[in-house]
Design a protein around this ligand. Structure first.
Ligand code: PMP
Ligand code: GLU
Length: 390
């Protein structure tokens, strides 16, 4: 069969590939501890599940509006106003099958051939793949530990050209957990304010922040930034709803929302009707206690994993401010992150994601979205692996 050139540009998501490999090995009876999954291990809060059951029993099982039922979009609009200081109306929001789907649609609506998209590196695996898929050009900005893996204005200035269309910001970051402060976002704004550059702000980890750090949405810093920002978020990480598939995009550009609606009306139509009803409870504050519980458990796990990893000779990691990943520097053990991960999986049955998947070799991503016992066991095995090498 002759496949389209477009589809052949696309690789499999490495984060998903490694999590699936670990799952397969486990189901074959192998003793595998996986720290590769990018999803909370908690169950979805009961209130959300009960509402889903109610929706089924009441027959809420038909097609809905393509962009989402009005009460859901209203709940998202209220959430964005109250929690993120983002003034989006319900008709400036479109609900899709996960934030990944929102990103796919938004990139599709914005990228023409050779448009340049600036992506700070390390980056979440999906962005550059989508940019390639839609014929755009990835322009990476390499960051390092010195700036907590965040871009600085000077770097951004150097990468901007007349072809720059979009800058992708992910805060808290996957894979580093770092968060841009309001002042840092203002400095980024100063660099782009005289251009037409669009910001795509991926805020999927926004609820998972630690140490009383305040999360700032890029679109909240001023009106011009709000107008040029497309805010992407969802419920996968905040209320442990990865399997339900809900994400959303918000933009002050109503025409963009209409175009996204057209695209979705010709592809997936509305997301699952039951998920829509249930998700309202993940947005309106009713599950705040559940979310607080998740965040506090994640913070304890982060502290534990951070301390244990840094106690291992030759490994070093920064304290993440948000999300549920440690981005561990392995350069003194093996700068080839893929080789390190393969060897570690073979010898000790520990699955991590190589930094190269996120555009940065010499690092591995360790997800602490699992129980403390598993963290202790896994880190012990990593320690033993490194000791046996020398
Ligand atoms: N953005 C980032 C940075 C992520 O890590 C993920 C996790 N899959 C997503 C978006 C997409 O999440 P989902 O499609 O489950 O909403
Ligand atoms: N975002 C998660 C991760 O980075 C889930 C996997 C994926 O969607 O790529 O592991």
């Amino acid at each position: 069969m002759k496949y389209s050139k477009r589809i052949l540009t696309l690789g499999e998501s490495l984060t998903i590939a490694i999590s699936s490999l670990a799952r397969d090995l486990k189901s074959q009876g192998k003793d595998v501890l996986s720290f590769s999954a990018g999803e909370p291990d908690f169950d979805t809060p009961k209130m959300i599940k009960d509402e889903a059951i109610r929706a089924i029993n009441s027959g809420f099982t038909k097609y809905t509006q393509v962009s989402g039922i009005p009460e859901l979009r209203l709940a998202i609009s209220e959430k964005l106003k109250n929690e993120n200081k983002l003034n989006y109306d319900a008709d400036e929001i479109i609900v899709s099958n996960g934030a990944k789907h929102s990103l796919f649609n938004v990139f599709s609506a914005l990228i023409d051939k050779d448009d340049e998209v600036i992506i700070p590196s390390p980056y979440w695996v999906t962005y550059p793949e989508l940019v390639n898929y839609f014929g755009g050009k990835n322009i990476f900005i390499e960051t390092d530990e010195g700036t907590d893996f965040k871009i600085i204005p000077m770097q951004l200035k150097q990468k901007i050209t007349p072809k720059t269309k979009i800058i992708v910001l992910t805060s808290p970051s996957n894979p580093t957990g770092m968060i841009y402060s309001k002042e840092e976002l203002e400095a980024i704004y100063d660099v782009i304010k005289d251009t037409n550059i669009i910001i795509i702000s991926d805020e999927i980890y926004e609820k998972l922040v630690y140490d009383n750090i305040t999360f700032t949405s890029p679109g909240s810093i001023n009106d011009d930034m709000l107008n040029r920002t497309i805010t992407i978020n969802g419920l996968s990480k905040s209320v442990a709803m990865t399997g339900w598939r809900i994400g959303y995009a918000a933009s002050k550009d109503k025409k963009l929302i209409k175009l996204l609606n057209n695209l979705q009306s010709q592809s997936t139509s509305n997301i699952n009707s039951i998920t829509q009803k249930a998700s309202i409870f993940g947005l309106n504050g009713d599950t705040k206690m559940d979310i607080d519980g998740f965040v506090s458990a994640f913070m304890n796990r982060r502290n534990l994993a951070y301390e244990l990893i840094n106690n291992i000779h030759l490994l070093d990691t920064k304290l993440p401010q948000g999300a549920f990943y440690l981005f561990i520097n392995i350069k003194e053990v093996n700068p080839d992150s893929m080789a390190f991960c393969k060897d570690l999986l073979e010898k000790e049955g520990v699955a991590l994601v190589p930094g190269i998947a996120f555009g940065m070799d010499g690092y591995v991503r360790f997800s602490f979205a699992c129980g403390e016992e598993q963290i202790k066991l896994g880190v012990n095995r990593i320690d033993r692996y490194i000791s046996n090498l020398s």
